[in-house]
Design a protein. Structure first.
Length: 173
C-alpha cells in the first residue's frame, strides 16, 4: 500500500477531467492504495498565483506533493497546453520535487490534436520538477470520458503506474 496524491486541474467535479480523476481515484483505492485528492481550483487563487508559500493551504499542498509515494497529474488541455492552475501549483515545488517517485500524467481535451500537449507541454513541465519516472499516461477525448474504450485505456495506465510503484515500495520496506 502506498500514499498517492492526485493533482486535479479540473474546473469542476463533473468536467471531463473531474470524471477521469474520480474514476482513477476509485481504481487506486480499490487496489488498496491511500489516495488523497488535491483540487487545485480549491486553493486560494491569490496565494497560488503570487507563490505565497506562507499560506497554510498552499504550504499543505506543497507538503502533500513532497510526501506522496506517487503522483497523478490530471489536467484539461486548452489550446494544446495544460491548465494554468496546474502549472501554477507545480511552479511552487522545489526543482527536484518529483525525483524518485512515479508520476502518471493524465489529460482530457476536446480534440485529438491536443494529444501533443502530453509530450510537448506536460512531460517537459514534470521533467523540470525532477520527474525521472514518468509513467506513460493517457489522453482522453472529452466525448469519450466514461466510455468502455476510455475505461480500458485508464485501467492500463493505472496498471503501469501501480507497477512503477512496486520498486519504490520495496526500497521503503
Amino acid at each position: 500500500m502506498s500514499d498517492l496524491l492526485i493533482i486535479s486541474g479540473a474546473p469542476t467535479p463533473t468536467a471531463p477531467t473531474g470524471v477521469v480523476v474520480s474514476s482513477v481515484s476509485a481504481a487506486l483505492e480499490a487496489a488498496e492504495h491511500r489516495v488523497s485528492l488535491l483540487h487545485v481550483r480549491s486553493l486560494p487563487t491569490l496565494s497560488l498565483l503570487t507563490e505565497d508559500l506562507r499560506d497554510p493551504q498552499i504550504a499543505a499542498a506543497v507538503s502533500a506533493v513532497l510526501s506522496a509515494d506517487g503522483v497523478v497529474v490530471a489536467s484539461p488541455v486548452y489550446r494544446a497546453a495544460y491548465s494554468g492552475l496546474v502549472k501554477a501549483l507545480l511552479d511552487l515545488l522545489p526543482k527536484k520535487a518529483l525525483r524518485g517517485r512515479p508520476v502518471l500524467p493524465l489529460a482530457t481535451g476536446g480534440s485529438q490534436g491536443f494529444l501533443v500537449a502530453m509530450d510537448y507541454a506536460l512531460h517537459p513541465l514534470l521533467a523540470a520538477k525532477g520527474a525521472d519516472q514518468v509513467v506513460r499516461g493517457e489522453f482522453v477525448l472529452d466525448r469519450n470520458v466514461g466510455s468502455p474504450a476510455a475505461a480500458t485505456a485508464l485501467k492500463a495506465a493505472i496498471g503501469r503506474f501501480t507497477l512503477a510503484l512496486t520498486p519504490r515500495l520495496r526500497k521503503v520496506s
